[in-house]
Design a protein. Sequence first.
Length: 373
Amino acid sequence: NGLVLISRFNSLKEEGVTDLKERILIGTKERLRPILLTAIAAIMGFTPMAFSASAGAEVQRPLATVVIGGLISATLLTLIILPVLYSFVEKRNLKKLKRKSITASVFLLMATGSLFMSGVVQAQPVQTTNLQELSLEQAVKKAMDNYPAIKAAQLEIESQQALRKTAWEIGDTKVFIGKEEVGNGSDGITTKFGVSQEFDLLGIPSRLKLQKENEQLAEQSAELTYVQVELMVKQNWADVFSAKRKYNVLDKLFAQFTDISRAAELRLETEATSRLEYLSTLNQANKIKIQKEQAFRDYLSAVRKLNKWFEGDSLYTVKNVSVEELDEPINFNKDALNNHPYLTMMEQKVEVAEAVVKKDQSQFLPKFSASYG
């Protein structure tokens, strides 16, 4: 009987009866008759033994008394003590779940609060006034203007261009001083000052070639960075667009199910529908609510990933556009694949390596020098 009663409590919980007191009352009411019938039938079976006066009654009467008393005690324990224990255990489990829920809620509030600069975050429409909207093209352009990797690639090109002048270094200039004794018949020492200049003229072409290849490598590396950033920005923009549309759909669906739940509650109060049908509708509405909250968290996460490319104080979301405007045919171009920035950069690295070899070989070419003094 106890197992049957607990099983009914759990089944009511799965059906959507979240109120603990209501669940216990409904389950006990439904299982009261079978529990009493089971106990009364057994008690009635032992009643003749309790009033027996035949041979062996001295043994039968105490046995029947113990069994009947045990059945009465077990029935009272099942109907009174067992629901109390069930309520106690369920309340403990509910407190644990609430603690976990509070911890998760605080974490979510801190994470999303830093995004929206707000102390409280609730499920709300995505169209908020504190988020500026960007189209796909605007997002790409803003990332190109602000992302540090883009600026670093541009500075690397300027650095290589500035180093071009170093290829024209012809050699070191030296100033020297010396003393020389005068010949016989003269008593003095002559002090000489002089200047010498080295001319590494034959090494200039190889150094110019190497610097030119380094400039092209910096340009190819920057081009690859542009392509990678553009691709990632487009992917993150699409993620925000998709998450935003999903949340809006679930938000509208939840509003509809809220109205349906109210209507189902009225129908239940007027006994126009069964409680099972009402609980089924309420359960479906709760599922939509959970999906909506998860969709909102996914949207916030996608917005954070998109805004990391802009490196600014303002926060941005995607502009509302139709799917048809974003629908572009996929054209496979083999020539474009062969000219991919990554391939051209790898080829340019080969050119740089060859230029380094030629520059090192130029160290063995003759060098000129001139001095005056």
